[in-house]
Ligand binder design. Structure first.
Ligand SMILES: Cc1cc2nc3c(=O)[nH]c(=O)nc-3n(C[C@H](O)[C@H](O)[C@H](O)COP(=O)(O)O)c2cc1C
Length: 377
């Protein structure tokens, strides 16, 4: 069995072990990143929720709040969305000039119809010249800040874009590329095709290639690295309600035995910590409301009555949370039912594109109306 890479570089940063928390809108805020970091390595990378170039240029207050980083968070990884090289230049000039981040990741993977319909997200790499111009603009304006690029396999099986995207990103100065091994048409359904990650690794030889898609356990991460030769893994849904997955990934990638999952008592303590971190970040009321979406993920598979589950899903304050956590059977062991896929799955669907989008891949015109204002995906 071949050894897996233990670290890779994002420009000046050594990422060790070779694990990245995937950017997830509505999830990877400062509180969640901190929690994952407490379980994982301080030298892994934990990416912030996506923000849009336009929102930065217009100093949108919600976006500024989303760009909050922990006092000792390093590197401060920010994901940026844009379809317009000019906006990218302006936004990245602000980020670099005001020292707002230490690493920029460019998002070209969004499959949401309202985004692809305008030519944004996963539709964009089909326009090779425009894609190149956007990456170039980011790299130039970023100066010393390293830029990485994240994309999907393509629009659908007939329109694969990932090999060109990888080569172009490398040529334009991206210091690493990450592939979510699904097409936009797949959305989050079916399985990620890891063989694409292996193909990309063959095509992109000068910068690290990161694999993404369907890592739900430490073993999955090892398997992806062995099967594809990728330099690192990007983990999204697998850590929803399971930030301790980073402890397991850390162990597996450094050759240690993978610890067993937490008891319900330990999960209760982690859930409480998550609530406290959110309350510190956005206030108790908003924070606890945000925590509600994580409840089913945290409690999945544990023996908890339906009434208690419902109460967790409606929690509105820390004292109430503490009261509910006290009602749990703290000795209940980690259940097998908590393993396996979690989070968004959905079903595949045709990718809606702007009219004539597929006619000319070399057309570098900025698509109209695709420059989103709202950060957070
Ligand atoms: C709730 C949610 C929000 C996401 N938001 C973003 C985003 O803002 N930017 C991005 O590049 N990918 C986003 N993704 C995609 C993930 O980063 C990742 O590529 C995808 O979930 C596949 O990895 P996984 O199988 O480990 O979850 C999101 C995924 C989920 C589930």
């Amino acid at each position: 069995m071949s050894a897996v890479a233990s670290s890779f570089r994002i420009g000046p940063y050594v990422v060790s072990p070779a694990v990245v928390l995937a950017p997830m809108a509505g999830i990877t805020n400062v509180a969640f990143r901190q929690l994952c970091r407490e379980f994982g390595s301080p030298t892994s990378v934990y990416v912030c929720e996506m923000v849009t170039a336009r929102a930065i240029v217009e100093r949108d207050s919600k976006t500024i709040e989303m760009m909050t980083f922990g006092a000792d968070e390093h590197p401060r990884s920010l994901q940026l969305y844009s379809v317009d090289p000019k906006n990218v230049t302006d936004a990245v000039t602000i980020i670099a000039g005001e020292g707002l981040a230490d690493h920029l990741d460019m998002n070209f993977g969004c499959p949401v119809p309202k985004v692809t319909r305008k030519g944004g997200g996963a539709a964009l790499p089909y326009k090779r010249r425009l894609f190149a111009e956007i990456v170039r603009a980011a790299v130039r304006a970023a100066g010393d800040i390293p830029v990485t690029v994240k994309f999907r396999v393509g629009i659908d099986d007939e329109h694969l874009t990932y090999l060109d995207a990888g080569r172009i990103a490398e040529a334009e100065g991206a210091v690493a590329v990450a592939l979510h091994a699904r097409t936009a048409a797949q959305r989050y359904s079916g399985e990620a095709d890891w063989s694409r990650i292996a193909r990309l690794k063959e095509a992109v030889t000068g910068v690290p290639v990161l694999g993404n898609g369907d890592i739900f356990s430490a073993d999955d991460a090892l398997r992806m690295m062995r099967e594809t030769g990728c330099d690192g893994v990007v983990v999204g849904r697998g850590c929803l309600g399971r930030p301790w997955l980073f402890r397991e990934l850390h162990a597996a990638l450094t050759g240690q035995p993978v610890p067993v999952g937490p008891t319900l008592g330990e999960v209760a303590a982690i859930l409480h910590r998550h609530g406290v971190l959110l309350a510190d970040h956005i206030g108790e009321e908003k924070g606890l409301r945000d925590l509600r979406k994580h409840m089913a993920w945290y409690l999945r598979g544990f023996p908890i009555g339906a009434d208690l589950r419902r109460a967790f899903a409606m929690v509105s304050g820390l004292a109430e949370l503490e009261d509910l956590l006290g009602k749990l059977d703290h000795d209940a062991p980690y259940p097998a039912e908590a393993e396996g896929p979690r989070g968004r799955q959905g079903s595949p669907g045709r990718v809606v594109l702007p009219e004539g989008w597929l006619d000319d891949p070399e057309d570098a015109a900025v698509p109209e109306g695709a420059e989103l204002m709202h950060s957070g995906g």
